[in-house]
Design a protein around this ligand. Structure first.
Ligand code: ADA
Length: 557
């Protein structure tokens, strides 16, 4: 399943979920040449022979067409560098595990064809964002794949931006059309949302992409709110001149809500909101990063039952089905691009700027219609304390703002009073670990952080404590409450939440982290990451609640 609602009534869409042929390529420790049958979506680490494999792998399957067609393959996430071949011809390549991309074949003949997906999850020299890190870079086709049959002109995407005028809901709707032919084509669009027929002008679209925009008033729209997350289907159909039947369509699911910041607070639909929740990695021992819907739903139920209202998708864009669930359940999301803890030297990688720009563009283009996403974040704990680093923050925040000015932007920093970029963002976010990495008092540290922010460009801006927590090894209990016990972790969470809940100037508190996660096996973590996992989860990797879970409930419910 690709989304939690039907995305097309006209365009033919086939889910390519299933068992694909697979073989490893060029790794000294692998069973070179051995053929496997692996699930797609899936991580190859879930196969016992491949559970530590890092390198290149080749997925292969047959595509049978009963008639000639233009094909559009939609890959929702491949980890992490990939090339796609159709009948031996390269049709696409992509870097980064956590954003989708497409590959198009024009006028494929009826009959049998071969699709090859070459995947590389090694930390190769052209990879500036996938590096050994405090989470695991799995290998494989980790998110769904769809095969679409498209006309020569088709709807590439729709971007919906709601706004209010005198208490009434309006929206700006942009439809991006792709024309695969070499000629200009006349197209007509018809649309519908919330009982309103959408009017578009007939236009001529040249080869490549064109955007058609419209603005409408929706008198019957109900707002999307946490307690009533009202969603609507936005349907757009594309017609060629002289034809009464549409040749293509796209359905999006949207919600009417605004998100603003003023007076050092965040407002959802003009009402102040305090974000309470978790940072979450998409990681589970049984499936790696390739989450089935059942596990996503289970995570969200645990998050909701803890009294939380917010998830930060640390540290990359998430599977859209998880975002769909958040839309449905009324959980707000801080979605983040993919960059964790990069030093200035790592940010100087020659491909860093371009790879970030690509993730930012794909994240916003692909996820902007989720009402649950209320914040875009960039560059977690990178070199925002340096002038050279600042130039990257400035460029990336500007890029995102130009694509979507309707959401506030932030980045999580640990640079305390050395931070140089707070003036660039709309929300100040600090990662601080009192009780774990330092012995500071959480309440005093929080006041100090507000003072740092006020002095360094963050005055008047809302502030979130975007990470805090401590290790707790599931099942390790001891009356001494020493570091690493569930008791000690519960004490740390208790001390932090007790302090933050009473700070009226705080707009959010996000615990590090929801679940334990596997981390890359590299010497840097050996002392602090026992079991090659980050153990600050409030539930363990199998989602068994630790003692701290009840502490979270005590404060959040
Ligand atoms: C950082 C980082 C997280 C995680 C955490 C920790 O703040 O943003 O990804 O590594 O520290 O557990 O130390």
């Amino acid at each position: 399943m690709i989304r939690l609602f039907q995305t097309n009534e006209v365009r033919k869409v086939e889910d390519l979920e299933g068992m694909w042929d697979f073989c490893v390529d060029n790794h000294e420790n692998s069973d070179r040449g051995e053929n496997f049958s692996l699930p797609v979506p899936g991580c190859w680490e879930t196969h016992p022979k491949l559970n530590k494999y890092r390198g290149v792998g080749e997925y292969r399957r047959t595509i049978v067409l009963s008639e000639s067609a233009n094909l559009r393959f939609v890959f929702k996430g491949i980890s992490h560098t990939t090339q796609i071949y159709f009948d031996g011809i390269k049709i696409a390549e992509h870097y980064n595990a956590y954003t989708a991309f497409t590959a198009i074949v024009r006028k494929a003949e009826a009959g049998s064809h071969e699709l090859i997906v070459k995947v590389d999850n090694s930390f190769h020299q052209d990879s500036s964002l996938h590096i050994p890190n405090d989470y695991y870079t799995y290998g494989g086709i980790i998110r769904p794949v769809a095969l679409e049959h498209i006309a020569d002109t088709f709807i590439e995407r729709i971007q919906f931006t709601p706004f209010q005028v005198e208490g009434q809901w309006h929206a700006d709707i942009q439809v991006v059309i792709d024309n695969l032919s070499d000629y200009a084509q006349q197209v007509r669009l018809e649309g519908e949302l919330c009982g309103v027929k959408l009017q578009f002008e007939t236009i001529e679209v040249g080869p490549g992409r064109s955007t058609i925009a419209t603005e409408h008033h929706f008198p019957n729209a109900e707002e999307w709110a946490l307690e009533n997350p009202r969603l609507y289907l936005l349907k757009v159909k594309l017609f060629e001149p002289g034809k009464n039947e549409p040749v293509d369509d796209l359905i999006e699911r949207v919600g009417f809500r605004t998100i603003t910041t003023h007076d050092a607070r965040i407002q959802l639909n003009d009402r102040d909101i305090v974000l309470k929740g978790f940072n979450r990695h998409e990681d589970h021992p049984a499936v790696g990063a390739a989450f089935p819907l059942s596990l996503m739903a289970h995570d969200l139920e645990l998050i909701i039952a803890s009294g939380s209202n917010c998830v930060r998708t640390s540290h990359y864009p998430n599977d859209e089905r998880f975002l769909d669930l958040c839309d449905e359940k009324g959980i707000v999301v801080w979605e983040e691009n993919h960059a964790r803890g990069l030093s200035l030297e790592q940010m100087q990688h020659p491909l860093f700027a371009q790879q970030c720009e690509d993730v930012n563009r794909e994240m916003v283009e692909q996820h902007a219609n989720h009402p649950s996403i209320i914040i875009w974040g960039v560059l977690n704990e990178c070199a925002s304390d340096t002038l050279e680093g600042r130039a990257h923050y400035e460029r990336q925040l500007k890029q995102i703002r130009a694509m979507d000015a309707s959401r506030p932007l932030t980045f999580a920093t640990h640079h305390r009073d050395k931070e140089l970029c707070l003036d660039l963002a709309d929300i100040v976010s600090y990662n601080l670990y009192p009780g774990w990495y330092t012995d500071e008092d959480p309440g005093e540290l929080c006041d100090q952080a507000r003072a740092w922010a006020d002095a360094a460009g963050g005055a008047g801006k809302p502030m979130i404590l975007s990470e805090f927590g401590g290790d707790g090894y599931y099942g390790h209990r001891d009356a001494t409450r020493v570091r690493g016990t569930e008791e000690r972790q519960a004490d740390i969470i208790d001390a932090n939440l007790s302090a933050y809940i009473s700070k009226s100037y705080l707009s959010g508190m996000l615990i590090w982290q929801f679940c334990d996660c596997r981390v890359a096996e590299s010497t840097g973590w050996l002392l602090s990451r026992a079991g090659t996992q980050n153990s600050k989860g409030i539930v363990d990797r199998y989602r068994r609640p630790k003692l701290a879970y009840a502490v979270v409930q005590k404060h959040f419910l």
